[in-house]
Design a protein around this ligand. Structure first.
Ligand SMILES: [Zn+2]
Length: 169
């Protein structure tokens, strides 16, 4: 997540919304990205999409079924659409996005029962962010605290892995 924060800062330096993302497979980073829709004149150029595209090129496969996406901010609906199409195994994100988040804030695509793919979703607890990286930096780049949105009392904290929202269900 430290690397993802550095990528988010890169987006901030470019005047973009600061989001960074990584795709990790077998402890190896196979794709990374930072937000650049303004610079690239591309509404789909979110950090997560860029990281997924890079990872899929490395694998020569659009399915990344054992990979993990790390994102500094809760992914939006578009990015979650890509995650579901790539059949990712899990997502780990930092701050909640109460305006556009699609993992529980605004909508909850990983738990949408009419969709077939299930994946594990983790949100790093503030305490864990503190230990792992710099929660201050996370809050700074996103201008908000990594707080749980209302109605997420289903969250169970599993300690060092951060907050596990849910397993495949
Ligand atoms: Zn997105």
């Amino acid at each position: 997540m430290r690397r993802a924060l550095m990528l988010a800062q890169r987006a901030a330096d470019d005047g973009e919304v600061p989001v960074g993302a990584l795709v990790v497979l077998d402890d190896e980073v196979i794709g990374e990205g930072w937000n650049r829709p303004i610079a690239s004149h591309d509404p789909t150029a979110h950090a997560e999409i860029i990281a997924l595209r890079a990872g899929a090129q490395v694998q020569r496969n659009y399915r990344l079924s054992t990979a993990t996406l790390y994102a500094t901010l809760e992914p939006c609906a578009m990015c979650m659409g890509a995650v579901l199409n790539a059949r990712l195994a899990r997502i780990v994100f930092g701050a909640w996005d109460p305006k556009a988040g699609a993992c529980g804030s605004v909508i909850d695509l990983p738990r949408e029962p009419r969709l077939t793919h299930r994946l594990d979703v983790f949100q790093l607890s503030a305490e864990h962010c503190d230990a792992l990286c710099d929660i201050g930096a996370l809050c700074h780049v996103h201008g908000r605290r990594a707080e749980c949105p209302p109605g997420t009392d289903r969250i169970r904290c599993l300690g060092p892995e951060g907050r596990r929202l849910r397993q495949r269900d």
